[in-house]
Write a protein that binds this ligand. Structure first.
Ligand code: ADP
Length: 392
């Protein structure tokens, strides 16, 4: 048995489709697994240069031919649409994966490797090419990709429907709250007339009833006004402009009317932001208002400052020494009507932070908080800087 016969015996025992060519591109070995894969027998192939035939409709070099010719990597890759890699385990070998429509029933995906055969002096004396049928894996990948695309489409559709429902709800909130204003005003007027006319004859108990009506009315009016404000955040078109934050915040604090037992302090230097003035006012009115309201310290302290965060956006904080918020509620409190206390403890509608959340999203920003019950709260609002125009 000579070397070539010995090699042939080894290759025939191999389940991996394999063929070998010599330095003249002539097929010297074509094993049984290769016959099975290609439908071409060793008898048809050995001694010929027809190694291209099972794979292509016209003559062209296969990977083993390119290796024998010592073609450079770039030219070699051009034959395989740029999808060629160096083998990680065999020196001088290359591999790729290609779909061959002419093979099998409906085509076969092949992963194949071609490696040079070298003489002791390093001269290339031929090449060996091996194949792996990866059709199953590829079909599974295609199936997965199809499902992924379907899923993405469903998510997009769901999002569009959700936006529509949200818009309808927002519109509904607007109409209801708007139309409720008139009857509430009428109840207030008539109860005021009634009190003026029968003031003297009222018993203490009846007077308390009227106080109760007044309180309930105020709650109703606050709710209607907050709902209107909330629906405005969704409906009004946004006008992003340059906001000089130092001046903006000074004016805002003045307009809030900070009570005597509270103190609002802020850093000296402030940047310019790209934001809508009305939305910004709604956000900071609510945050600063809450910092004062949910505060039982004898000296209510509210601190405002900012920093440039890792993403290059402006992170503004509003810190208070108030009652604090249990970490269980840090996400929930941004929801509509979510309140952690009854009206007897603190007045409110539970809409303020929902407005902050909606407004900050409209401005391409975000809001979060750090707080511990009994140890004050810090709300962080992140917004884009003004950089000579709209950033995003
Ligand atoms: P409202 O102020 O009308 O109650 P918000 O939506 O503004 O509603 O706030 C929701 C809830 O979050 C409040 O009821 C309160 O329990 C809690 N909260 C908000 N801000 C603070 C704060 N700075 N400190 C402690 N609790 C707060």
């Amino acid at each position: 048995m000579n070397d070539s016969q010995r090699l042939n015996a080894v290759l025939q025992g191999l389940a991996v489709p394999t063929f070998v060519i010599d330095a003249e591109h002539v097929v010297t070995h074509w094993n049984a697994a290769c016959e099975h894969l290609t439908g071409f027998t060793a008898g048809q192939m050995v001694g010929s240069r027809r190694q291209w035939m099972p794979f292509y409709t016209s003559e062209r070099p296969v990977l083993a031919d390119l290796i024998v010719d010592g073609v450079n990597e770039l030219s070699m890759a051009a034959h395989y649409l740029g999808k060629l890699c160096r083998s990680t385990c065999i020196e001088g070998a290359y591999e790729t994966e290609i779909f061959y429509p002419s093979l099998g029933e409906g085509g076969v995906w092949l992963f194949f490797t071609a490696a040079p055969l070298m003489a002791l002096d390093g001269k290339i004396i031929g090449a060996i090419q091996t194949f792996q049928d990866i059709t199953g894996r590829k079909r599974a990948e295609e199936e997965l990709q199809k499902h992924r695309e379907q899923l993405e489409e469903m998510v997009l559709q769901g999002k569009a429907e959700l936006t529509e429902v949200n818009e309808e709800l927002s519109h509904y909130a607007f109409v209801v709250s708007h139309d409720l204003r008139a009857p509430l005003r009428a109840i207030r007027n008539y109860s005021d007339f009634l009190r003026e006319e029968i003031e003297e004859q009222l018993t203490d108990e009846q007077r308390q009833y009227l106080v109760g009506i007044g309180k309930a009315l105020r709650q109703g009016e606050n709710l209607v006004n907050d709902l209107l404000e909330y629906s405005h955040v969704g409906h009004k078109s946004i006008h992003k402009q340059r906001i000089e934050m130092r001046q903006f915040l000074h004016e805002l604090i003045e307009s809030i009317g900070v009570p005597a037992e509270a103190e609002v302090s802020m850093v000296e230097d402030w940047p310019e932001l790209a934001a809508d003035r009305t939305l910004l006012e709604q956000m900071f009115c609510n945050l600063v208002g809450n910092a004062i309201k949910f505060n039982r310290s004898s000296r209510k302290l509210v601190e405002l400052g900012w920093r440039r965060n890792e993403e290059g956006d402006c992170e503004i904080f509003v810190r208070d020494n108030g009652i604090g918020i249990d970490s269980r509620f840090h996400t929930q409190i941004f929801g509509m009507f979510k309140r952690l206390h009854g009206h007897k403890e603190y007045e409110g509608t539970g809409i303020g932070l929902a407005i902050v959340h909606k407004a900050v999203l409209k401005l391409n920003g975000s809001v979060r908080l750090e707080s511990q019950l009994g140890h004050g709260s810090t709300f962080y609002v992140t917004l884009p800087f003004w950089e000579g125009g709209e950033k995003r």
